[in-house]
Design a binder for this molecule. Structure first.
Ligand SMILES: C[S@@+](CC[C@H](N)C(=O)[O-])C[C@H]1O[C@@H](n2cnc3c(N)ncnc32)[C@H](O)[C@@H]1O
Length: 459
């Protein structure tokens, strides 16, 4: 019960950090009033300086650590405090896993409204070098026009020029360093967000754990190609090792979106290959694929084992399918898989993989999931035994959940990257008569607050 109001909170005070919020901030409470403390760890006693205050909560920064939590460690990256990418790196990895499980439990409790069994999180096979999709914003220095590339400081658009990032494969640092120098030599300028000027605004790398090859995408602030960008692409392709291809993506809009609509292949191939569940996939510039391939492999095997232990040749609907990764991994144990995905490039790549593997029992649908469900309800003769729902962070609409329920005979397997929308959707499904036993978290994103979860739901 909150008995203290924002007026009672002094500008500086000593607090004990009790928990982590679902955004990875430490939570302290003063007689029920919540204070979110940046870069703090449960178990810390800290002197904090209060920032923004609202009726129900305040934000704060640490002024001094009075007693550190036993779970604190020295971050392995010297830039951890300035770069916004690894919020939890100062917490020991096993403690991160325990705290992430608690975040899922707390989120379920507050949104779902009940205590739900949350299994121990299945850890990432790699805790460094796991991130295989790199999206660096690019800029340039005002006077010397050197190219800067890295991540933004937390909560800002201030670029941290990152020469070494331990959570991505080392060769990605080499690619970025090469581009920093070669861009200047080729006459390609860095983007100035404040002026909306300059050319190179992002470098995106899709890199493979399986064969260590990379696809490089140069995102430029233009709607057309010039010779300098072409020269840069040729140099990246010819002078660096293990580059499958170089694409250019045109994005001249004043937007925070990284990729624009149009991508053009300049050199080599427009995809990189990755392995999942013993199948080889192709990943393009704009196609979704899990950033941590080895942790993704754990999830796909978990789902596949559940299905093969409990079903014989089921009909499966793979919704929000991306490159139909689930469908392709499950095709050998299914009677038929029907997949639906709205991004055309992903469906084109799925089609290639299916043909190359001689798979004949997958039907691909390139459309909006809601529209597809509606159409399918009108036309299909029988229901799916299993529906896999793997939506983006915003989760599923009530309408889509209703359709999925009507289309599914036995189980919905819900794969989620956002515990809050998962809890909301589980609550809705329970109101409609569904049940489930537990939530299984996976650590897809070590050192960040992000958590992937799988729930097997009886319909
Ligand atoms: C979290 S990803 C999952 C992809 C895939 N299951 C995997 O594991 O690789 C979500 C996918 O849903 C797609 N998507 C988002 N909204 C959609 C919609 N309304 N209809 C169909 N697909 C959608 C996105 O393009 C993306 O490929």
């Amino acid at each position: 019960m909150q008995t203290v109001t924002k007026k009672d909170i002094p500008d500086e005070l000593v607090v004990d950090i009790e928990k982590l919020s679902n955004l990875g901030l430490g939570i302290a409470k003063v007689d029920g009033y919540v204070i979110f403390v940046e870069n703090s760890c449960p178990g810390d006693k800290v002197l904090i300086k209060i920032g923004k205050k609202t009726k129900s909560y305040a934000n704060a920064k640490i002024k001094e650590i009075i007693e550190p939590s036993k779970d604190r460690v020295t971050p392995f990256c010297p830039l951890q405090k300035v770069c916004g990418a690894c919020q939890l790196q100062f917490i020991e990895y096993n403690a991160q896993l325990r705290l992430k499980k608690e975040i899922v439990q707390d989120t379920m409790h507050s949104i779902y409204g009940k205590d739900i069994e949350v299994k121990d999180i299945i850890q990432s096979p790699q805790v460094k070098g796991y991130r295989h999709k790199i999206q660096y914003p690019v800029s340039e220095t005002k006077d010397s026009k050197r190219i800067l590339a890295g991540y933004y400081k937390q909560g800002s658009h201030e670029l941290v020029n990152i020469k070494y990032c331990p959570i991505q494969p080392e060769y990605c640092d080499k690619i970025i360093e090469f581009i920093r120098n070669a861009a200047v030599e080729c006459g390609v300028s860095g983007y100035r967000e404040d002026l909306h000027s300059g050319e190179l605004r992002h470098v995106v790398i899709r890199t493979s754990e399986y064969n260590k090859e990379s696809l490089v995408v140069l995102v430029i602030n233009s709607s057309g190609l010039n010779n300098n960008v072409k020269k840069l692409a040729v140099r990246i392709y010819n002078e660096l090792e293990n580059i499958t291809g170089v694409c250019v993506n045109y994005n001249s809009a004043k937007t925070n979106l990284i990729l624009g609509e149009k991508t053009q292949l300049l050199e080599g191939e427009d995809f990189v290959e990755e392995k999942l569940c013993d199948r080889i996939f192709k990943i393009g510039a704009k196609t979704f694929f899990q950033v941590n391939p080895l942790s993704a492999d754990n999830i796909f095997r978990y789902v596949k084992k559940y299905i093969s232990d409990n079903f014989t040749k089921p009909y499966i609907l793979d919704a929000y399918a991306g490159i139909t990764a689930f469908g392709i991994c499950l095709a050998d144990i299914a009677e038929k898989v029907v997949s639906v995905e709205e991004v055309k490039d992903a469906v084109i790549l799925a089609d290639k993989i299916i043909k190359e593997n001689g798979i004949e029992n997958i039907e691909l649908n390139n459309t909006d999931a809601g529209k597809f469900f509606e159409r399918e309800l009108k036309t299909c003769s029988g229901k799916f035994d299993i529906t896999i729902l793997d939506p983006p962070r915003k989760g599923c609409s009530k309408e889509s959940l209703d359709y999925a329920l009507k289309l599914t005979k036995s189980k919905i397997i819900y794969v989620s990257c956002n515990p809050a929308t998962l809890a909301r959707d589980l609550k809705y499904l329970e109101e409609k008569g569904c049940s489930f036993k537990f939530v299984q978290p996976f650590d897809m994103f070590p050192h960040t607050y992000h958590i992937e979860n799988v729930v097997i739901i009886d319909v």
